[in-house]
Design a protein around this ligand. Structure first.
Ligand code: FE
Length: 184
């Protein structure tokens, strides 16, 4: 199975379950995030990052080393490791950093916490809370911090119950284009 088929298979088989206390399934959440990226006129790699930013939640129970870590499965690191086999840093880095971006925005944007979902506020503590100053500096020094912030903002918007989104298959060509040809 090539990577794009594997991704669709994961969404199909595991994406319909509720998404960590949010009122949407992971499939709906991912489609809404990709749609927000498209609406913003994002580059193809960033639309793919938005679409796949939570794929770590779909693969984490296939991996023995995260089984016992409780609610925070560090899904962003898992997704980055898995996707790095097939996608470049323009896709994997915003994904790896999307939780740090949330912690960064909690530090720097006074209105940010207020618009987070209840589930996202609950997970903030487990994820380490708002970044401290040195961590915020490190985050902003990383080459994909701006892209990670964009993915994070689309992530936060992508929790609307019942919102109609196009079929995920419409992203197939974009995924195939973005995946490295030698491994796709
Ligand atoms: Fe998300």
């Amino acid at each position: 199975m090539n990577i794009v088929d594997e991704i669709f298979d994961l969404f199909e088989k595991r994406g319909r379950t509720a998404y960590l206390g949010e009122p949407v399934s992971l499939l709906e959440h991912s489609a809404q995030a990709a749609q927000e990226a498209e609406k913003a006129g994002a580059a193809p790699s960033l639309i793919v990052a938005a679409l796949l930013h939570d794929i770590g939640h779909l693969i984490h129970d296939l991996s023995e080393d995260v089984a016992d870590r409780g609610i925070d499965s560090r899904h962003e690191n898992l997704a980055c490791r898995w996707l790095s086999q097939y996608f470049g840093p323009e896709v994997t880095e915003p994904i790896r950093l999307h939780v740090t971006a949330k912690r960064y925005l909690c530090r720097t944007d006074p209105g940010y916490i207020r618009q987070l979902s209840a589930a996202s506020i609950r997970s903030l503590g487990l994820q380490g809370g708002p970044l401290i100053e040195e961590e915020a500096e490190d985050f902003m020094a990383s080459p994909y911090s701006e892209q990670a912030i964009l993915v994070r903002r689309w992530d936060d918007l992508a929790k609307v119950p019942g919102l109609a989104t196009p079929d995920l298959q419409r992203y197939r060509a974009l995924l195939e284009l973005t995946a490295r040809r030698d491994v796709a």
